[in-house]
Design a protein around this ligand. Structure first.
Ligand SMILES: [Ca+2]
Length: 352
């Protein structure tokens, strides 16, 4: 029946309009599919790049309005860092330079993804260049120091694009090397060993003098940190590090820093774009959600806090114990007083 109806409609349309014969129907169908797919693609693009998930307040992108001089800018420059129309150059290809760019806005998102577009390039031959750059999400900001231009014993996350092998060249990894470290304020980054003792994960990646655009992706969701690289011009993310049970407090600052020593390179940041990830925690996860004050990785010895466990708690317990003891004594005193006065009253009545 349906077939009869549709064939009737087609026949009627053909009668009404000579344009609608079978060849044109196929063309029309093709046109509709093409238009529909275009809409789908553009919707997907918008979903990725222009929707609510992109967080401008935490992002650094062209044209870098006001950066370096305006009080309205959400980023600060320090050291040798300078802004050009195309990038923020943290260091030029010159010896002994340090530069950084830091966000002024503390991050309050729990689940996020940071896409960094960077370029490391210079005149030096392979392994005769240095030192690399670092991407940060830390408690403190705007400090000079020995870790790619930032302070050592930092508190928070550091992702290092290390372009110079300081440790023995016989090691099994090739440079440049991307590595991840979580600092708790006391752990030291050991520059002479390229941070191996505190490394949580990493990979080799040809991030220097690349003819392609080079990107780094840091994703943090449900206490899992994933780092990926796209440096081969394939437009694909390659997994580099994956750490579960990683606890990061909120309220930290994004930054990028770089340093050169005897050897040098241009270290450029083109953009740092932050996207919010939406993750609805299950009721169990929400229940067991605890406030994190010091960064740590679950079940890793180097993050066991050295100070006496519960030192603050015992002070608190002592306070409450004292408070309740005093209150208890007070209540007892009042009760005793009432009982005594009643007893005295009764005794007095008996005499009359
Ligand atoms: Ca190094």
């Amino acid at each position: 029946m349906a077939a009869t109806v549709s064939s009737f409609k087609v026949t009627s349309l053909r009668c009404l309009c000579p344009v609608f014969h079978s060849k044109n129907w196929f063309f029309l169908l093709y046109l509709l599919v093409a238009v529909f797919s275009c809409q789908c693609f553009s919707a997907a693009d918008e979903h990725d790049f222009t929707d609510d998930f992109f967080k401008k307040e935490y992002s650094l992108a062209k044209p870098y309005s006001g950066l370096g001089f305006s009080s309205f800018s959400q980023w600060d420059l320090m050291g040798t860092a300078m802004v050009t129309p195309d990038h923020i150059r943290l260091t030029p290809d010159l010896q002994s330079r340090q530069g950084a760019v830091w966000s002024r806005v503390p991050l309050i998102l729990k689940d996020w993804e940071l896409k960094v577009h960077f370029k490391i390039h210079g005149q030096g031959k392979k392994n005769l260049n240095g030192d690399g750059l670092a991407i940060w999400l830390t408690k403190d900001r705007m400090n000079n120091g020995a870790v790619f231009g930032n302070m050592n014993q930092f508190t928070g996350l550091g992702v290092f694009l290390d372009t110079y092998p300081n440790a023995e060249k016989s090691h099994d990894r090739s440079f440049p090397y991307v590595s991840v470290m979580l600092g708790n304020g006391s752990l030291l980054y050991d520059h002479d060993q390229d941070g191996r003792p505190t490394e949580l994960g990493g990979c080799s990646a040809a991030v220097r003098n690349s003819v392609h655009d080079t990107f780094l992706l840091v994703r943090y969701s449900t206490n899992r940190l994933s780092v990926m690289v796209d440096v081969d011009g394939k437009g694909e993310w390659r997994a580099c590090a994956d750490i579960t049970g990683l606890r990061l407090p909120i309220g930290y600052y994004f930054g990028a820093s770089s340093a050169t020593g005897e050897l040098s390179d241009n270290h450029d940041i083109i953009s740092m774009k932050l996207y919010q990830l939406t993750n609805e925690p299950t009721s169990e996860e929400a229940e067991e959600e605890e406030e994190v004050t010091i960064p740590r990785v679950d079940n890793m010895e180097q993050f066991q806090v050295k100070v006496e466990e519960g030192g603050g708690m015992s002070g608190l317990q002592l306070f409450f114990t004292l408070l309740f003891s005093i209150l208890g004594l007070g209540v007892l005193g009042v009760v005793a007083l009432i009982v005594y006065s009643r007893w005295k009253e009764n005794k007095r009545k008996r005499f009359y």
